[in-house]
Design a protein around this ligand. Sequence first.
Ligand SMILES: NC(=O)c1ccc[n+]([C@@H]2O[C@H](COP(=O)([O-])OP(=O)(O)OC[C@H]3O[C@@H](n4cnc5c(N)ncnc54)[C@H](OP(=O)(O)O)[C@@H]3O)[C@@H](O)[C@H]2O)c1
Length: 274
Amino acid sequence: MKINVKGFEVPALGLGTYSLRGSRAVEIVTAALDMGYRHIDTARMYGNEREVGQAVHHSTVDRSDVFITTKIWPDDLAYSNVLSCADDSLRNLNTDYVDLLLVHWPSKSIPLSETLPAFEQVRKAGKARLIGVSNFNTAMMAEAVEQHGVDIACNQVEYHPLMSQRRVLDRVRDYGMMLTAYKPIAEGQVLQEPILNRIGDQHGKTAAQVSLRWLIQQQAVAAIPKTGNVDRCRENLEIFDFSLTTEEMDEISTLQARNLRLLDVSLGPVWDQP
Ligand SMILES: NC(=O)c1ccc[n+]([C@@H]2O[C@H](COP(=O)([O-])OP(=O)(O)OC[C@H]3O[C@@H](n4cnc5c(N)ncnc54)[C@H](OP(=O)(O)O)[C@@H]3O)[C@@H](O)[C@H]2O)c1
């Protein structure tokens, strides 16, 4: 299943890699590519771009068939730093381009009017196919698109059945973008939910698989679960042989009233209210 965004096809399910380091990162990314993942999410801050690059480089899968996202940390969002960080990421990843380059978190001190032209420059140079943002609220998305006229393709935010992203999702769709859901199984908290387990039992699936399916069945939503375990990596990929009915989608959506935001750090903006 793919999402068409700004003329590019993005696999709806990717592998998150936060906290995967060293040989473990190489092994799990290699295993993921072998079993069919074609979308890998990394970031400069994760300290594993080299390992991701090594796994992709040595894989039998063509580089052109893998969608790689990386992200630039807020301290590095000044114009010249964006350009040098992007080049450094390409060296780490052992590739000529990334598929998607994101602003990892909005900066509190460097204005978007400085950062976004540098991202555009990276894209125009062919070093990033698409550019986007992460952890932006709708006002920041509007600033990027409407005030600065920048064609951002993605907002990567926390999203799972235990919280709503209705406002960001509406805006993403208005702008022809995609929403990539991080923490898509709420760090495992979805496993305790009776509704998800009951619906899973009806389909022969786990609560984690139901959560991932609920996400990617929504228009313009991708999900990037992280695991360091090969069996769970396969489990998370096995969500394309069933679908949720409208009634099941709606019942799962009732859990959003829980309003559980796991990553609420001072780096973040004032989040949109549900
Ligand atoms: N842009 C941002 O600011 C941002 C912030 C946070 C995360 N992210 C990205 O999003 C990715 C995913 O988020 P996340 O890692 O925080 O949370 P997550 O994917 O919701 O949860 C990961 C946790 O769930 C476990 N798990 C994975 N699959 C499972 C399954 N099928 N059944 C039971 N447990 C399972 C993993 O343990 P095991 O490893 O032991 O399986 C791990 O402890 C990150 O790796 C990163 O790439 C981006």
